[in-house]
Design a protein around this ligand. Structure first.
Ligand code: BG6
Ligand code: MG
Length: 216
């Protein structure tokens, strides 16, 4: 594969640009405790990159009562989201490293178009909190998709918003579901964190700034 095909970089948000896992965990844990379902960090790891209602279904695998109605599930997810947003309001510019800010600025400087590609419906709130709205040319998130990762929809929408063909896009992801989504969308995939050693990852990143070696 030739790196000079790359014209755009699409970033997952949670686990790549910011680290919100702990907030998701706290909020889901409170909800799970309220309905008496066992929940731990290992189960929380399975929720990475997965949409809100799909995450709830994973948590409810341990639920032993009568099946819950869709309406009640929506109430539970909304409660979790209220708690999660309270925690997000505590975030600020310091929650993004200088390495991330400088790498994003340099990629733009080199002529790459940049987008967010996140399953989260809270992506814009997070970007506003950490003052990164202006670092991206487009935002594709949970509010503009009907299928969450591993479906490629969120990344295909990002490529459309940027007006760049899918096979000229590099996706940066921390979750295997996100790497699967990138590959299903015929994009290149860079993996950071847990996704670094995933079999479908094209470019393992030991550090965010390694992107500057890929996107010359
Ligand atoms: C992803 C997270 O970015 O967004 C998942 O990795 C989360 O853990 C998903 O479930 C949906 O987030 P939200 O903010 O719309 O509930
Ligand atoms: Mg992620």
């Amino acid at each position: 594969m030739s790196e000079n095909k790359l014209k755009a970089v699409i970033f997952d948000l949670d686990g790549v640009i910011v680290f919100t896992d702990k907030f998701h965990y706290q909020a889901w844990k409170k909800m799970a405790d309220e309905i008496g379902v066992y929940f731990d960090e290992e189960i929380n790891n399975r929720l990475r990159g997965v949409g809100r209602m799909e995450s709830l279904d994973i948590i409810l695998e341990r639920y032993e009562g009568e099946p819950l109605s869709e309406e009640y599930k929506k109430i539970l997810a909304a409660k979790k989201n209220d708690m999660y947003r309270e925690l997000l309001y505590g975030m600020g510019p310091d929650d993004v490293t200088a390495e991330v800010r400088e790498t994003l600025a340099e990629l733009r400087n080199r002529g790459y178009k940049l987008s967010i590609g996140s399953s989260s419906k809270n992506a814009k709130l997070i970007l506003r909190q950490v003052r990164l709205m202006d670092a991206f040319d487009a935002i594709s998130d949970g509010t503009n998709i009907s299928k969450s990762k591993p479906d490629p929809e969120v990344f295909i929408k990002a490529a459309e918003y940027l007006d760049v063909p899918c096979d000229n896009c590099l996706v940066v992801e921390d979750a295997s579901a996100g790497i699967d989504a990138a590959k299903a969308g015929h994009m290149y995939a860079a993996g950071i964190g847990d996704a670094m050693n995933y079999s479908l990852t094209d470019y393992p990143l030991t550090s965010f700034k390694d992107l500057l070696d890929i996107c010359k």
